[in-house]
Each structure stands twice: as structure tokens, then as C-alpha cells.
Design a protein around this ligand. Structure first.
Ligand SMILES: [Zn+2]
Length: 340
């Protein structure tokens, strides 16, 4: 079987991505086309200026907030229609298969950030996205599902509605929920938030959904936040969680609970959550030593100018992980996948 001319022979035959946002993973020329077709007013009529606008450059982005603002200001708005979502999801799945032989993918997005504050109907957006997923899966022989992101900046009631939608479309392929968005600076506020969302996560699990939470990502967060997440939200997986490397108790609790970390190398570098490759080597070294299971993911392919194959080779080329360790990450990812 042909691997594809540019596929790195050190990698497993197929890859799997557990952490990829729809808002950061559609090629600029596709998004540009969608925007034009729908008469979306862009701040520029020049394609290359548009590309600049929606791509993260480490020198342009100071932190995670800047990074999220790009998604919020442009890509999520352009994706705010049924047709736009159908095309976006369809393109993401095909592209990741072609660039990185990703044959299993869990795409996450917040449907309530794609309905123009209620002007558009959320059910239509979701069903259109599912249609795009089904078409791409059929064409490329890929398995896929959606994870709906609840937002920290939303009200509890808004997030409840998103959970209701996830439960409603569970049998069509919405298999999990996530809690995303910038974490509070203050630890006490972070603990309160974890407590507040406890029963919502209980309800998700009782309904048969899987759960993951963005936490312990940026340098102002901490291992304590990871511990609170484990205690109150009891997620199946954690998005990032890299701050746990600096907290022995968090490392131990992660290893004991078997909660799998979704590690996103380029994302952490570009948002300056991780200083450099040396810090990355230190963090993954801690996880290996403590036997904390972790996986390799893209977070947002085009926003970060990457794909999954590149994420894996980055780690091997810089002697952060051996090819065997990379293969182990993808084995863990298949086991921790919400798709069964
Ligand atoms: Zn993420």
C-alpha cells in the first residue's frame, strides 16, 4: 500500500488526532472562498493579507488570549452557517488524511459560537456539520466524531444548552464534551469554576458522553487546577495539562487515574505556553518518568501552520521522543479515543 510520497517512514501507518478545533483547521483558501461566497465582509480584499490575519505567528501572538481572539474574530464567524460548517468539517477530515494519514479524528467546536448569537439555528448548523463529517468519512475511509466545547466565558445556562445538543446528537456522532476557553488567573476562582461545572459533567457522563477539559495549559495556571479538574469534573482526558509537570501530586494523580493528556506541541510553543524545545523536553520527560499517558495532537492545523505528521516529526527530530515513544503515543490515543 502506498504511504504517500511525503510520509515519514518512522511513523505508524496511520495517525489519530484527538484534539483539533474546527475553528483553527480549515485551509485559508477554503475559508476565503466560503467568506466570499456568503458575502462576508472581510477587513481586506487581498488573499495574502487574509492569510496573515488568520494564521498564528509566534512574534504576532503574545499569549493564548491573542490566539483565541483570531479564531473568535474571524474563523468562527466565517463558519457561522450550515453551508460553511458542512464544507469546513468535510475539508478538515480530507486534508488531515492526505497530509498525515489521520484515519481517526475527533473534531471539536462550540456550536453556539457559530449561530451568530441566536440569529442562526443551532440544529441546522450541527446537522450540516454532521453531513460534512459523514461525506468525508465515506470518501477517505476515516472514522470521526465531534466533541462540543462548552465555553468558560459563557453562562452556566448557555453551556447547559450545548450539553443538551450533544446528548441529542450523540447517536449521530457527537461523542463528547469539552470545557474550553481561558482559565481564570486566580486559583480560588478556578476551583469555584470546577465545582460549578461538576453536575454538568456528571450529567454528561450519565448520558453516555465522554469528557475532556482544557486545563493547565498556560504558565499562569497550575498543577492545582489540574488536580481540581480531576477531582470535580472527572474527565476521561485533559487538553494540554502541561503544568502538571511542575506538580508532583498532579503527576501522581494523573498516573493513578489513567487520565490521558492531549498534548499539542506547536500550539504550546506558538502561544508561549511552553518557552522552547528544552522546556518541552523537560515536560515530556516528567510525564514519561511519572508514567502519565499522553498523546500528540495538532490543536489547530492551519492556524498553527502544521499537521499531525509534522507534530510527531518535530518531537523525533529534536530528540524529545524516540520513534518508539511516538508510536506508543498513537497507541495510547487509539485506546483513549471516544470512538469505539
Ligand atoms: Zn485546544
Amino acid at each position: 500500500m502506498g504511504l504517500g510520497a511525503n510520509y515519514d517512514k518512522r511513523l505508524p501507518e496511520y495517525l489519530i488526532d484527538l484534539h483539533i478545533h474546527a475553528g483553527g483547521s480549515v485551509a485559508p483558501h477554503i475559508l476565503y472562498g466560503i467568506a466570499m461566497q456568503q458575502g462576508f465582509k472581510l477587513p481586506t480584499k487581498d488573499y495574502w493579507e487574509f492569510v496573515e490575519l488568520i494564521t498564528v505567528k509566534p512574534e504576532k501572538v503574545k499569549n493564548l488570549d491573542d490566539y483565541l481572539a483570531i479564531m473568535h474574530q474571524w474563523t468562527e464567524k466565517i463558519q457561522s452557517s450550515p453551508a460553511a460548517m458542512e464544507r469546513s468539517i468535510y475539508e478538515i477530515i480530507g486534508k488531515e488524511y492526505r497530509s498525515s494519514r489521520v484515519n481517526q479524528i475527533e473534531i471539536r467546536f462550540n456550536p453556539m459560537k457559530r449561530n451568530l448569537h441566536g440569529e442562526r439555528d443551532m440544529d441546522h448548523i450541527i446537522v450540516a456539520a454532521l453531513r460534512g463529517m459523514e461525506m468525508a468519512c465515506m470518501e477517505y475511509g476515516v472514522r470521526a466524531c465531534f466533541i462540543f466545547c462548552l465555553a468558560r466565558e459563557f453562562t452556566f445556562e448557555q453551556n447547559q444548552v450545548i450539553l443538551d445538543k450533544a446528548i441529542k446528537y450523540q447517536n449521530r456522532g457527537v461523542l463528547g464534551i469539552d470545557l474550553a476557553g481561558p482559565e481564570k488567573m486566580n486559583l480560588e476562582l478556578r476551583l469555584n469554576e470546577a465545582r460549578r461545572y461538576e453536575r454538568l459533567f456528571d450529567r454528561a457522563r450519565a448520558a453516555g458522553l465522554k469528557t475532556t477539559v482544557h486545563t493547565g495549559e498556560t504558565s499562569h495556571t497550575s498543577g492545582e487546577g489540574v488536580l481540581a479538574t480531576l477531582q470535580f469534573l472527572k474527565p476521561h482526558r485533559i487538553g494540554h495539562g502541561i503544568r502538571a509537570a511542575y506538580n508532583d501530586e498532579a503527576l501522581k494523580r494523573l498516573a493513578d487515574s489513567g487520565v490521558v493528556l492531549e498534548f499539542c506541541p506547536s500550539s504550546n510553543l506558538d502561544t508561549h505556553a511552553i518557552k522552547d524545545l528544552d522546556e518541552m523536553r523537560f515536560i515530556l520527560g516528567k510525564f514519561k518518568e511519572a508514567k502519565v499517558p499522553f498523546t500528540i495532537n495538532t490543536d489547530g492545523t492551519y492556524l498553527l501552520n502544521t499537521h499531525l505528521q509534522h507534530e510527531a516529526t518535530l518531537l523525533m527530530d529534536n530528540d524529545i521522543l524516540t520513534p518508539q515513544e511516538v508510536a506508543e503515543c498513537f497507541r495510547v490515543a487509539r485506546e483513549a479515543s471516544f470512538i469505539h
